[in-house]
Design a protein around this ligand. Structure first.
Ligand SMILES: Cc1cc2nc3c(=O)[nH]c(=O)nc-3n(C[C@H](O)[C@H](O)[C@H](O)COP(=O)(O)OP(=O)(O)OC[C@H]3O[C@@H](n4cnc5c(N)ncnc54)[C@H](O)[C@@H]3O)c2cc1C
Length: 281
């Protein structure tokens, strides 16, 4: 992507450095996606004794580009306990690099836009198929219609279901990229957004509390909205208390206060900012 070109994604980008492995089964894992100060780790279990491990960084971070080298990638992966045993398997391909996976809107007026043609979401969260299948179900419920009526009804049905998920994931991308950029420059990032603070607090709190782990899973699998999850009595308080334990999330604003604000009474809907031109990679 050259400077000056435009696209509908955020100006900052993620790059994922991934490796495929094979070996004997390694048993259960706690959570497949974990976020640290300078990268996120991703475990993707496969079949037939195979799996993939990914390190997701900010594309702008020049130091991270060394992860393209297998020995550098292996040394880095060995630093993160949730993926250490998985990264010690037998690799069967070189390090694979993928950039530009942020959530972005697609489609256009006057068309039946479904699945990725409507919007892509960050594959880190593994929700692309869910979005597409949701669209298929909505289309099936609407049934055969004249084209204009079909588009109108699908837009109406989609508007009540998928945009909040897309906007939440896109807002997450923007906050996370800004956070990674902040870490790189030694500047703490708090995002000034209660939804970001509560998302990060819950991400930590789930490690200490089974109910919060289920709550997080409900959101991650789109079984419940953040509003529904946070409306359960007592959860906000536990998220606020337990979410402050880990070095990350590290929000300058008091995380308890931020969590309580976003729980009152629901997390406000995210507004998607204006489209930004893509930066040169
Ligand atoms: C690296 C990566 C990892 C992912 N991981 C996950 C995951 O773990 N879980 C998950 O749920 N989602 C994941 N996704 C997202 C998921 O793959 C997509 O959201 C999903 O495939 C979208 O389905 P779709 O039918 O809308 O589009 P597609 O799967 O892209 O299907 C579109 C089809 O249309 C065809 N086509 C295009 N143009 C034409 C044409 N002119 N004429 C005829 N055919 C045409 C294409 O060849 C393609 O077969 C991931 C995506 C990526 C990139």
């Amino acid at each position: 992507m050259t400077s000056g070109s435009t696209c509908s994604g955020p100006a900052l980008r993620f790059t994922a450095y991934g490796r495929y492995f094979e070996g004997p089964p390694l048993g259960p894992y706690a959570w497949t996606l974990n976020h640290y100060d300078s990268l996120s780790t991703m475990l993707l279990p496969g079949d037939n004794g195979t799996w993939a491990v990914g390190l997701v960084v900010a594309a702008r971070d020049p130091d991270m580009r060394a992860l393209r080298e297998p020995e550098v990638w292996q040394r880095a992966a060995a630093l993160f306990p949730p993926i250490t045993p998985w990264a010690a398997g037998t690799p069967f391909r070189e390090v694979l690099v993928m950039s530009g996976s942020e959530s972005r809107a697609a489609g256009g007026p006057g068309m039946v836009n479904v699945g990725d043609a409507w919007a892509t979401t960050n594959p880190t969260f593994g929700l692309g198929m869910t979005m597409g299948v949701t669209h298929a179900v909505l289309l099936g419920d609407i049934g055969l219609q004249e084209p204009e009526e079909l588009i109108r009804r699908l837009d109406a049905a989609t508007g009540a279901t998928l945009p909040p998920i897309y906007q939440r994931l896109r807002a997450w991308d923007e906050h996370r990229l800004a956070e990674l950029e902040g870490v790189r420059h030694g500047l703490p990032y708090d995002g000034d957004d209660p939804s970001w603070a509560v998302a990060k607090s819950l991400d930590t709190a789930k490690l200490f509390d089974g109910d919060l782990l289920r709550a997080m899973t409900d959101i991650a699998w789109t079984c419940a909205t953040p509003e529904e999850v946070l409306s359960v009595p007592g959860r906000c308080e536990r998220i606020a208390t337990l979410g402050g334990r880990a070095p990350f999330p590290r929000v300058r604003r008091n995380p308890c206060e931020a969590t309580r604000r976003s729980c009152r009474p629901v997390v406000p809907a995210q507004r998607v900012g204006p489209e930004a031109p893509c930066e040169e990679r």
